[in-house]
Write a protein that binds this ligand. Structure first.
Ligand code: AMP
Length: 549
């Protein structure tokens, strides 16, 4: 502020912490329902008020176990009420919730809980085998189990018993810059990097996400997050729901089309959110049995995490259901842009509207965008020039945990997304490519570079490039293009089994093509675009081909 500027006389030091959001839910939206489907299929019903009360008990129980300000508490849980209690109770006591993705490979899991220095883990009993797979590599001081069977492994604590023995905590006043949550993001190379959310970021994110032209949520809504609560704060939905007093339906681990559709219909869900893979399957089920589910309450499906194909927009429209595409990242909490039809297209024809809706939308309020071409210059917003998208805003990461990945942040304070885009005159984003060397399959990342390195460690392999090829069900699948050594011999099956020791099953490419050589750019990098062009269209090729040289 310059000396001449007049100072505002408002309570500008009021701290934007999640405490105000959650306490508000407990006070004014206590009766709103929280419905969950347990792993065994049974339905559990509670209320927002009861979850807030149990979150207070959870805070006391964790305090009694020695958890203090800034300590990390890991979760290995589905979308279930206990997870919501942790979302509320952990940040509000001043600690940090670290939601761990159980689909990762055990080595990655061991790495991220170590990197985050998680002191405690809360695990659903159905995920105990996942915990066991990496537990030897990280010493949690306490393992707390959400158990329905009543049988606890030795040395673990029972979540419900802990809570029932604890009194409700009066949550302390927090500073808005304090960390509230952590999520790890897969890198192109090297280890996953930790994104550390502040209270302020998630409060502002909730406020804006609830706006009509964003997710558009109010106390009249019943929200079903299909997006897992271990992915970027379930897109902020737990906090947005608490903030707006919306009801929640938590689907647990069963996310097949029929299970999702049953819940949407039975609980009269008004808004749901998740990655395209799930909705593709849901659309097929709806097409197969159009009259089976009453979805008259369902106003919109927020779909993101991967590009939404136009056929999906059209397919849901045929059932009277509106898909709204959103773009975001772990580093952007995640809301970056939402595609709501531009005002000048309200009366446009279907063709023009679909063409627009298949893009990623204009940036959310407070998110600023720009894109830089290969020449290092900012690109014009002409829907033709291509460049890497950069963003900044109050819920965009300013750095990673431990200062890793500093090259992703520009000197003037922008975050480089790794998404290659065109921008039109309205500022509408169209993702055209990805500069990060990753494959996104069913909403989960696979590092092509890690796969390549491991393939090239095989004695018969001279060179290997892994590319993303389009897949109707999963969005993308990895495909390996391999050059064998002079005289080397390996079958596709051998290479896949070589990879399976190091990678989760779903990360292993099921398609391997053997070639004489891999085209390279002038700087010696694999020309992946050329490979994608060559193989992506080649849908007739056998899923797995084998070869010798
Ligand atoms: P994550 O950090 O796992 O949430 O992944 C973020 C990345 O997912 C983005 O950088 C994009 O590459 C991709 N992504 C997210 N939303 C979309 C979308 N609507 N269309 C295309 N790609 C998307």
């Amino acid at each position: 502020m310059t000396e001449a500027a007049m100072r505002g006389l408002m309570m500008d030091d009021y701290q934007l912490s999640l405490t105000a959001v959650i306490e508000r839910a407990g006070q004014f939206s206590a009766a709103r329902k929280v419905v969950s489907r347990r792993p065994d299929g049974t339905i559990h019903r509670t209320t927002l008020g009861a979850c807030v009360q149990r979150a207070r008990q959870l805070s006391s129980a964790l305090r009694a176990l020695g958890i203090r300000d800034g300590d990390r508490v890991a979760t290995l849980l589905w979308n279930q009420p206990e997870h919501l209690e942790l979302y509320f109770g952990v940040p509000l006591m001043g600690a940090v919730i670290h939601t761990v993705n159980p689909r990762l490979h055990r080595d990655e899991l061991a790495f991220i809980v170590g990197d985050a220095e998680d002191r405690v883990v809360v695990v659903d009993e159905s995920l105990l085998p996942v915990l066991d797979s990496f537990r030897a590599d990280h010493r949690f001081e306490h393992v707390i189990v959400v158990s329905r069977s009543g049988s606890l492994p030795e040395g673990t604590l029972d979540y419900d018993v802990l809570l029932s023995a604890a009194g409700p905590m009066s949550w302390p006043e927090l500073s808005e810059g304090q960390a509230s949550a952590m999520c790890y993001t897969s890198g192109t190379t090297g280890r996953p990097k930790g994104v550390v959310y502040s209270h302020r970021a998630l409060v502002l994110h909730s406020l804006v996400a609830a706006l009509p032209d964003q997710m558009g949520l109010s106390s009249r809504d019943t929200i079903l997050p299909v997006v897992p609560m271990f992915h970027v704060n379930a897109w902020g939905i737990p906090y947005i729901a608490a903030f707006s007093g919306a009801a929640l339906v938590l689907p647990g681990p069963k996310l097949d089309a029929v299970s999702v559709l049953d819940l949407l219909a039975d609980e009269k869900v008004t808004m749901t959110a998740g990655v395209p893979t799930v909705w593709m399957a849901v659309l097929q089920a709806l097409d197969a049995e159009p009259g089976r589910w009453d979805l008259s309450a369902l106003e919109r499906l927020i779909v993101g995490g991967s590009a939404v194909p136009r056929s999906m927009l059209e397919g849901f429209d045929r059932h009277g259901l509106t898909v709204v595409q959103a773009w975001g990242m772990t580093e952007t909490s995640p809301l970056g842009s939402v595609n709501r039809l531009a005002a000048d297209l309200f009366d446009a024809g279907a063709e023009e509207q679909y063409e627009y809706r298949a893009r990623q939308g204009i940036p959310s309020p407070f998110v600023e965008i720009r894109a830089r071409g290969e020449d290092g210059e900012l690109i014009p917003w002409d829907d033709s020039a291509m460049g890497e998208l950069e963003v900044r805003g109050p819920w965009v990461a300013a750095s990673y945990h431990h200062g890793l990945g500093a090259d992703r942040f520009t000197d003037d304070g922008w975050f480089k997304t790794g998404d290659v885009v065109k921008l039109d005159a309205r500022g509408c984003i169209r993702i055209c490519d990805r500069s990060k060397d990753l494959v996104k399959s069913g909403g989960e990342w696979i590092s092509s570079v890690d796969l390549e390195n491991h393939l090239m460690a095989h004695s018969a392999v001279a060179e290997a490039a892994v590319i993303a090829i389009p897949d109707e069900r999963w969005g993308e699948r990895p495909m390996a293009v391999v050059v064998l050594n002079e005289g080397g011999h390996a079958t596709a099956e051998e290479l896949c089994s070589h990879l399976s020791g190091q990678f989760a099953k779903w990360q292993v490419p099921e398609r391997v093509e053997f070639v004489e050589s891999i085209p390279r750019t002038a700087t010696g990098k694999f020309k992946k675009l050329a490979l994608r062009e060559r193989f992506a269209a080649d849908t007739t090729a056998a899923a797995v081909s084998s070869g010798t040289s």
